[in-house]
Design a protein around this ligand. Structure first.
Ligand SMILES: C[S@@+](CC[C@H](N)C(=O)[O-])C[C@H]1O[C@@H](n2cnc3c(N)ncnc32)[C@H](O)[C@@H]1O
Length: 275
């Protein structure tokens, strides 16, 4: 246990995180605010206060210095302006996935009783956000990982929507019996052989790898969308998968349309069903 002024703790911690993150000072503040259970604004207002900093903080700092993502250390990640619980059982929500939610809302037909199904719900961010933004639909959220489903259910409880989302353990749509109107998915889409950036190696491989080429799950989902006669499919994809997806949809007699992320990279597609 050390007694130090908050500003000293933050200075030392930021120094330790140089080269690990582009925002060492911000991350040092987030770690300290998590350990002290105080808001960031409290830290700023009390920078001259002396606090007792124990092992927990230094262990957290060490984990971050070893490139473990901050979200796993503090157990929280923000998505669409809300805070979700995350841990190593699920992918950390990415800002680009907010665009998938935007796209679904934009394309959603004005119909009360739609059944929206998510393949690979992970932490639950997509289904939970959609259920908050579009409350008249019913939802099924599928994941092959039971561990991930525990996290998504807990998040749904946090937002009070657990009774409106049917959480289903299974592969793809195997255990979804009801008629499906809309399918959404941010499936694993990295090629199996692709080396991972250092932070990504902490995330579940089930959430990352999509097959030898990386686009296998996306193509399987297109097949299922056709077989289940749904009216809309919206998926996130890798920045270099536009050609493969466009050709695959065309071969099946469908037209895929694409959206870009904020960096201007191709990041997702949608396909409309044949009425
Ligand atoms: C990229 S993560 C997306 C998680 C979350 N939807 C998000 O956007 O942050 C992909 C998820 O798909 C799940 N998954 C992988 N293979 C699956 C399969 N065959 N059927 C259902 N879910 C699968 C993984 O367990 C993981 O939670």
């Amino acid at each position: 246990m050390s007694s130090l002024e908050i500003k000293e703790v933050l200075r030392e911690a930021s120094r330790r995180l140089l080269g690990v993150t582009d925002i060492p000072q911000k991350e040092a503040m987030l770690l300290l605010s998590h350990v002290l259970k105080q808001e960031l604004s409290w830290l700023v207002a009390h920078e001259n206060d002396v606090v007792e900093v124990d092992e927990t903080f230094f262990k957290s700092l060490e984990r971050r210095a070893m490139h473990e993502p901050l979200e796993y250390i503090i157990g929280k990640a923000s998505f669409y302006g809300h805070e979700f619980d995350v841990d190593k059982r699920v992918l950390i929500p990415r800002p680009e996935t907010e665009l998938l939610v935007d796209k679904v809302l934009k394309l959603l037909p004005e119909k009360e009783s739609l059944h929206i199904v998510e393949i690979g719900c992970g932490s639950g961010i997509i289904s939970i956000m959609l259920s908050l933004l579009y409350p008249s639909a019913s939802y099924s959220a599928v994941d092959i990982s039971e561990d991930a489903l525990h996290v998504s259910y807990k998040n749904a409880e946090k937002f009070g929507v657990q009774s409106r989302i049917d959480f289903i353990h299974g592969s793809y749509l195997d255990n979804v019996i009801k008629k499906i109107d809309i399918i959404v998915s941010n499936p694993p889409y990295i090629a199996n052989h692709e080396p991972l950036a250092v932070g990504l190696s902490f995330e579940p491989s089930l959430a990352l790898y999509g097959g030898n080429r990386g686009d296998e799950m996306l193509k399987n989902i297109i097949d299922l969308f056709i077989v289940r006669n749904a009216s809309l499919l919206v998926c996130e994809m890798g920045y270099d998968q536009k050609k493969a997806i466009s050709e695959y949809a065309w071969l099946k007699g469908y037209k895929a349309e694409f959206y870009k992320d904020l960096a201007g990279l191709d990041r997702g597609f949608w396909i409309k069903g044949k009425e």
